[in-house]
Design a protein around this ligand. Structure first.
Ligand code: NOJ
Length: 866
């Protein structure tokens, strides 16, 4: 008995130490606006909202009018607007609110961050009868006087809005005015009784907004990151509220560091999208029923503002969402290489020793990272005595094409020149009394830079110039962490909601964009700095993010653990960010907390090489685990994996290029192009390359099952090695695996560009020749694409890039150079069909050529031979 008791206590302790601290975060039940709206949903029986009047704009496809909310005391008049945008429509509801005081009493919408344009009036037909009919392309939107919207695509009902009468717009009222309809609850309207936020006075009272959207005929929903949960959204309540969630759990809908209020709905034939343009604390309740999926969106405040992307292909919806929120940055090539991070590398000698070890072990790597300990006492923009000459260190790194990323967080230690400047110039986040807010973070007592204040930019620029702490080296980049914001002694680990930002906006209104605004000011500063120095593209990693973050930063999934489950869930987490327009994503390889076994570490590298952002990172208390630490055979397997990532860099870079113009994910779940296998979250294609991967994410695996999703044939490509072994597609197969095997396949019909020559870093690969591997399909055909540029400057925007399309059959290969740049060349062509033929060549990619394969030779065809 005694032992059982002891074991139980140990289990409990372990559990307490290693679990997310649920008690720090509000549940819906504990959150005023969420509980009130769920209560409303359970009790609602009638529709209190009526479209009263409207005007139609003569130049733009834009209608505006009054929406009347009936309450027992009379009527509340709200404003609504509906405008047709490319691919869908935008709808907003707002109220006039003039309340004197320091808090901005307007309702906030982050729409200014985006590029939303209405189409011209002549593209749309609008008919007014009882019901308003708006027709655009093959879409008809019907707005009913008892407020409700129906969307028809090709005459089929595809969406119902407010069909469940969940529209709730908590209009402005004074405490105890009693302006409520029967189904409403008054829980925590003017106070917050959650233990850590009792000081929140809710100066504007209840102001939540909520609405229901039913996707008709769409059962599969994706998006709404960030959660450590399955790729496909289930019948759950998802919270979007950026927080620093310590030791987060998996399979959870608790909020995390980032929020993207965008979802993609799919069925076998088509897709729809919904972008809820709101930066406040938000819950989305998802429920599936038969063929439909209902979603109930609840935000704490803000303008009700959303865009529905009407029926289209998933690709087109992602493109249109990208037209509005921006496309992923085309990353500098080095940032697609391998990043070596830990908290912390201790001093200059440590950094250079790590670099040497990579060379000694012949493992390519591009970037070493410095976490918070490099600073003088956590004072950002300073170096401590262990880094006496950062420029010297950067030059040494540059010698082998290596880069450095240093961390800069938004909390600024109290009482040194940076915080003094911010405080004196009122550039900090303020408390509810409009004086500087102080809280605790890594440096102890700190203030937070208010990135929403336009005056901050100039000062931020001055901290990043070449005369500042970064010097004039071009190989130094920035990591913006803790920008949710993380406040150790704040409610829910973050800013009190009644803190004030520039413009008198409560944190409550702007919370979820704050992290993005922070990495955006850094990006602008780095752009200016680079203009002074080398015009290189900046690289920024951010932990907190929002719709639009993709334009300037990469993200990673924060503080995971060195456990198999976390390796496994990293795949759907990364895939889901890609579906939500944020493809430059990764997870800490090896796991942040704890010490991975050698097997887990190996498998994590073999998975991590496919993350668009590939970085190993570890907690300060964890043991060192650089690739050579586990020793052979593990080190060899890890080396092979990292080398494979480098060989595949042309594939990743080309996929990023495509994503940067069309918004498609870099890693695509297998349903993305096939409209099948909607629940599969552990396999993916790399862009359009045809490379299919299912990493091993469990211990002791001897055999791996893989779904080959499309018909046709798949070539075995385990470890990136071409083989004539093929499998019939549209089937599930099983292959044997050992610890050095990465299960990979190529769909017949693809041509892949690789750069397999070992180099110490990607910079040294720039002039390396390409190998192209042709995987013939059942009709003996294949094609593929390559995009390349200098990998570091913005010159590609002036046409300095290479774009090639290649087509081949069993006897010929044809290169079409769509844009030519520099003398890139191919030195090997491998044709894989019934057998493997290898041709050593020297083909310059500077014109259109056709070559013929003959026995062991390949020769160019000219004019009449063609
Ligand atoms: C939290 C980050 O998630 C982690 O990656 C980092 O090492 C620590 N902050 C210390 O800066």
């Amino acid at each position: 008995m005694k032992w059982v008791g002891l074991i139980f206590i140990l289990f409990l302790q372990n559990h307490l130490v290693l679990g997310a601290k649920h008690y720090l975060f509000k549940t819906c039940e504990q959150s005023g606006f969420c509980k009130r709206n769920i209560h409303y949903a359970h009790n609602i029986e009638e529709n209190y909202y009526t479209i009263d009047s409207f005007n139609i704009d003569e130049t733009k496809a834009y209608i505006s009018g009054n929406l009347i909310k009936s309450i027992p005391q009379g009527e509340i008049s709200l404003n609504w607007q509906l405008g047709i945008v490319n691919g869908g429509f935008r709808f907003t509801v707002d109220e006039e609110r003039h309340v004197k005081g320091i808090v901005n009493s307007k309702r906030f919408s982050p729409a200014n961050e985006f590029n939303i344009e209405y189409v011209s009036r002549d593209q749309v037909s609008i008919e007014k009868s009882d019901i308003l009919h708006i027709s655009y392309n093959s879409t008809v939107i019907k707005v009913y006087p008892k407020f409700k919207i129906e969307v028809y695509d090709d005459k089929k009902l595809t969406m119902q809005i407010n069909d469940d009468n969940l529209l709730n717009f908590e209009h402005y009222r004074l405490n105890n005015e009693g302006q409520m309809n029967t189904p409403e609850s008054d829980f925590n309207m003017f106070q917050d009784d959650f233990k850590d936020s009792r000081d929140d006075k809710l100066p504007l009272g209840p102001e939540s907004i909520a609405l229901d959207f039913k996707f008709k005929g769409y059962q599969h929903l994706y998006g709404l990151p960030e959660h450590s949960d399955s790729l496909e959204l289930g019948d759950k309540l998802y919270r979007l509220f950026n927080v620093d969630i310590f030791e987060y759990e998996i399979n959870s809908t608790l909020p995390m560091y980032g929020s993207i209020p965008f979802l993609l709905a799919m069925n076998e034939q088509s897709s729809m999208g919904l972008f809820w343009i709101n930066a406040a604390d938000t819950y989305v309740d998802v429920k599936h029923s038969n063929q439909d999926t209902s979603t109930h969106w609840i935000s704490e405040n803000g303008v009700m503002d959303f865009i529905v992307f009407t029926k289209d292909s998933n690709r087109d919806i992602q493109k249109k969402y990208g037209d509005i929120t921006g496309f992923t940055v085309l990353p500098p090539l080095f940032s697609l290489g391998y990043h070596q991070c830990r908290w912390n590398y201790n001093d200059e000698a440590d950094v250079l020793d790590i670099t040497e070890k990579f060379d000694e072990y012949e493992i390519p790597y591009d970037t070493i990272w410095l976490d918070i300990e490099y600073t003088d006492n956590k004072k950002y923009f300073t170096w401590n005595e262990n880094f006496p000459n950062p420029t010297r260190m950067l030059q040494a790194l540059d010698h082998t094409g290596r880069n450095l990323v240093v961390i800069i967080d938004p909390h600024i230690k109290k009482d040194y020149d940076v915080s003094n400047y911010l405080v004196e110039n009122k550039l900090t986040i303020m408390n509810s009394q409009n004086s500087t807010y102080y809280g605790h973070c890594w440096p102890g007592e700190s203030v937070w830079v208010d990135s929403l204040n336009p005056k901050v930019q100039q000062y931020w620029d001055s901290l990043h110039t070449s005369s500042g702490f970064m010097g004039n080296s071009s190989n130094v980049h920035i990591w913006n962490d803790m920008n949710e914001i993380s406040v150790f002694d704040g409610p829910e680990t973050s800013s009190p909601k009644d803190n004030l930002h520039y413009g008198g906006w409560e944190d409550r209104s702007v919370h979820n964009i704050n992290g993005m605004k922070f990495h955006e000011i850094t990006y602008d500063s780095l752009i200016k700095r680079q203009q002074e120095t080398t015009r290189q593209r900046p690289f920024i990693l951010t932990r907190s993010y929002f719709s639009g973050s993709q334009k300037t930063a990469a993200m990673w999934t924060g503080d995971n653990m060195s456990k198999w489950e976390y390796l496994k869930i990293s795949i759907p987490m990364v895939l889901n960010n890609g579906l939500a327009g944020m493809p430059f994503a990764g997870a800490d390889v090896g796991g942040f907390f704890g010490d991975p076994s050698k097997e887990l570490l190996t498998r994590w590298y073999q998975t991590g090489i496919f993350y668009p952002f590939f970085r190993a990172h570890a907690h300060i208390d964890s043991r060192r685990r650089e690739p050579w630490i586990p020793g052979d055979p593990f080190t060899s397997y890890i080396r092979d994996a990292i080398k494979l990532r480098y060989a595949l860099l042309p594939v990743f870079y080309t996929s990023f290029y495509e994503s940067s113009i069309n918004g498609a994910p870099v890693l695509k779940p297998i349903f993305y192009d096939t409209g099948k296998h909607f629940d599969i979250e552990d396999e993916f294609y790399i862009g359009n390359s045809g490379i299919l991967v299912k990493p091993v994410t469990e211990p002791d695996v001897k055999e791996q099952k893989i779904i080959l999703p499309e018909s046709g044939k798949y070539y075995n490509f385990v470890n990136g090695i071409p083989s004539t072994v093929t499998y019939k597609g549209d089937e599930t197969i099983s292959i044997p695996v050992t610890l050095n095997d990465i299960p990979m396949f190529v769909k017949g019909g693809h041509i892949i560009f690789t750069q397999p020559r070992y180099r110490r870093s990607s910079k040294l690969m720039v002039n390396d020749p390409y190998t192209i591997t042709v995987f013939l399909d059942e009709n003996n055909k294949a094609d593929g694409d390559l995009y390349a540029d200098d990998g570091e400057s913005f010159n590609y925007q002036n046409g300095q890039f290479l774009k090639v399309h290649v087509e081949a059959n069993e006897s010929r290969i044809n290169f079409v150079v769509e844009n030519s740049w520099n003398a890139k060349y191919i030195n090997k062509v491998i044709v894989v069909g019934k057998d493997i033929k290898t041709f050593n060549v020297k083909i310059s990619l500077n014109g259109n050529y056709t070559f013929k394969f003959e026995n062991q030779h390949i020769h160019e065809l000219i004019h009449d031979e063609l």
